[in-house]
Design a protein around this ligand. Sequence first.
Ligand SMILES: [Zn+2]
Length: 249
Amino acid sequence: MKGPQTNIKSGPGSKRVSCSYIIGPKWEPTVGPSGITVYVVTGTCALCGATEEIRWLRGDQPELVARAFQQRGWRFDKYIARKCVCPKCVEEEHNMATRTATPAADRAAPPQQTGEEVAPPPRTPIDRTADVTAAMRPLSTEQRAAVRRELDQYFDDATGAYIDGRSDKVIGQQLEIPWKHVETLRELAYGPLRGDPKLDELSKRVAELQTQTTRLASTVATATEALATVRKDLEAAMRALTELRKRFA
Ligand SMILES: [Zn+2]
């Protein structure tokens, strides 16, 4: 039998604690007349939980396993599971890093003490992406679960907005993790933030009506005052008229 190398020690479903992946036999009923047992190595994405299986006959060789996943676009650490990220999440992170790299660089720029223009150090977009991505240490399973719990509770899928004053940043602060991780997970699970046009419209209308109410109330106060004065004058005039009529009667 052309089997896997003898240094594969794991049985079905067994887990290598020391490595970031699992190697084990897998029954493939669709291969051959009645199916065959194949050996696969399974990698799991630390960010989204996606798994990928690679047919594997080369034994438990961490270096080779890591390289195989890396060749498929993974960021893969042979020993540390939380450093294994699937190609989709790697791309997401890169997109996010590229999008925010410029403002981040602006914030980091020292205040210009002299009046002269200080040119920022030349950096290519690729360098910048690599820097920011490197700064983003992957979350632990517990941290990701905590973020998901917050999102489930405080993100309204229907409106695409947070409720109860939550935001990526607020949740990041509460969980003491970079809020960009919250953004990444939120975008993966729920998509981008959407403003609520109905809410915006209604807020504007309320503000308008408040202005009108204030203006009218002040108009009414002025008119009431004027009315009282005129009424007093009228009463005085009527009394004078009555007196005069009596005199000429
Ligand atoms: Zn992933």
